[in-house]
Design a protein. Structure first.
Lengths: 124, 111
């Protein structure tokens, strides 16, 4: 059973960088049947897929277009974790951020394990 | 990022059956990608309740069922229970965007 435990700040100032970490237990971050994904939830936009990282002989990253220029998702194999970094945040980045395990085997792409969520407010 | 289309709210009395629709496009469901459903209870994180159009993960009650045809999908809840009051989201994959896409969410109210 995969478990995801998140840590991250509750408050970030506008124009600064948001960082959230997701520690994975029960599966290797290099698993070839999983991608490690970041999703956020806000009242105005509901659930929004942000991006993912996965390993298939080498590391791959995908990002949604709206945050592609500001976001970095980084795996750390020594700690079996993934990190999200979102630069130049604005009020619109206020949301609950989730890491999730994305099943990428069998032609399906769905999220079967979720972290507890990190509530982030962007405010001066 | 385009989203799948869901009704903002659906309601029903205990014991009734409700359905939530999810409409996509030729680049997601219409391209053959499966649809999945998540339940968000107040104060809790998302929970997968249907994957691969019509499969229930272990532990999900059989009153939840899903279907997909072409660019549309639906989630049915039969024998509606008070604990089913939550937000429900559909999700698929968009080959044009090379990204996962969600619906806007449907709030289910048990009257």
């Amino acid at each position: 059973q995969v478990q995801l435990r998140q840590s991250g700040p509750g408050l970030v100032k506008p124009s600064q960088t948001l960082s959230v970490t997701c520690v994975i237990s029960g599966e290797s971050v290099t698993s070839n049947s999983a991608a490690w994904t970041w999703i956020r939830q806000s009242p105005s936009r509901g659930l929004e897929w942000l991006g993912r990282t996965y390993y298939m002989s080498k590391w791959y990253n995908d990002y949604t277009l709206s945050v592609r220029s500001r976001m970095v998702i980084s795996p750390d194999t020594s700690k079996n974790q993934v990190s999200l970094q979102l630069n130049s945040v604005t009020l619109e980045d206020t949301a609950v951020y989730y890491c999730a395990r994305e099943n990428i085997s069998g032609g399906y792409y769905y999220f079967d394990s979720w972290g507890q969520g990190s509530s982030v407010s962007v405010s001066s | 990022q385009s989203a799948l289309t869901q009704p903002p709210s659906v309601s029903g009395a205990p014991g009734q059956t409700i359905t939530i629709s999810c409409t996509g496009s030729s680049s997601d469901m219409g391209a053959g990608y499966a649809v999945h459903w998540y339940q968000l209870l107040p104060g809790a994180g998302p929970k997968l309740i249907i994957y691969g159009n019509n499969n229930r993960p272990s532990g999900v009650p059989d009153r939840f069922s899903g279907s997909k045809s072409g660019t549309s999908a639906s989630l049915a809840i039969t024998g509606l229970q008070p604990e089913d009051e939550a937000d429900y989201y559909c999700q698929s994959y968009d080959a044009r965007l090379t990204a996962c896409v969600f619906g806007i969410g449907t709030k289910v109210t048990v009257l």
